[in-house]
Design a binder for this molecule. Structure first.
Ligand SMILES: [Zn+2]
Length: 258
């Protein structure tokens, strides 16, 4: 791939030497890419301040003439700076969490168009404030888990396969290690099942079973909303094996925000 251009969302940036930046992006055409922006810290004409910022939506042009070594970022155009997100610390925390998840989980160079569209949609909706932060956090996390092949199974008991509507009475249980719900009988042998309200499980299942445009129209009850996104955060941390730094920050921020 000598030169190519693609839409891309910036996931991470770090300094490299005195003048350069290393930038990781989720691109529409080539999945996750790590590129070097030569002289980005000096050349304000090519890379003006505010351009190569976390979760900016860009159109990038890259060059890798020999097809080996690091890909060079030649040009970037800012499609959306998401100023509505940047001006709000809570929204910035959500966007940072989603970007970090994608960066942690994805391998380089594998096309992930569905995940790209999901991230772009969630950032645009967060920026515009058209959909609540917590609703978007549920929608992003469920989509991320789905596209990563880690979807929690809310449809039936993971052991006896009784469908959720056939499971009678009481709360439902969820076993993180098995990745699915359990009925009361099957949960008795489980080491540390989590309790989940039936209403929450049904709402999460409904989001899973519908496309994005339909899913965002679901009205969550406040209780299901809170239980839902907290459960998904726990589930993700368990499956990726660590707590993303930005999630730790987000959780602390919530504690301090009434
Ligand atoms: Zn069962």
């Amino acid at each position: 791939m000598p030169t190519f251009s693609t839409p891309a969302i910036l996931l991470r940036r770090s300094s490299y030497g005195d003048y350069d930046l290393i930038v990781t992006l989720l691109s529409l055409d080539k999945g996750k890419l790590t590129v070097i922006a030569k002289n980005a810290k000096k050349s304000r004409k090519r890379f003006p301040p505010g351009l190569l910022e976390l979760f900016s939506l860009l159109h990038i042009e890259c060059r890798n003439p020999q097809g080996r070594g690091m890909i060079a970022l030649q040009e970037a155009e800012l499609e959306n700076p998401f100023s509505g997100i940047r001006g709000n610390i809570m929204k910035t925390s959500y966007a940072s969490y989603w970007a970090e998840l994608v960066n942690i989980w994805l391998e380089e160079g594998k096309e992930q168009a569905r995940l790209y569209h999901l991230l772009q949609y969630c950032l645009e909706s967060l920026d515009a404030g058209a959909i609540g932060n917590e609703e978007l956090n549920i929608i992003f996390q469920l989509g991320f888990l789905n596209f990563s092949g880690m979807s929690p199974d809310f449809s039936e008991c993971g052991k006896c396969h009784k469908k959720i509507d056939e499971i009678k009475g009481g709360p439902l249980f969820f076993e993180l290690a098995k990745g699915g719900i359990l009925c009361q009988g099957c949960s008795s042998n489980s080491l540390s099942p989590l309790n989940l309200t039936r209403g929450t499980v049904k709402q999460l299942l409904w989001v899973q079973e519908n496309d994005l445009k339909t899913a965002v129209r679901l009205k969550f009850s406040q209780a299901a909303l809170t239980e839902g996104f907290k459960f998904l955060e726990k589930f993700i941390v368990f499956h990726i094996g660590k707590e993303p730094k930005s999630l730790k920050f987000l959780r602390n921020l919530r504690l301090r925000t009434p």
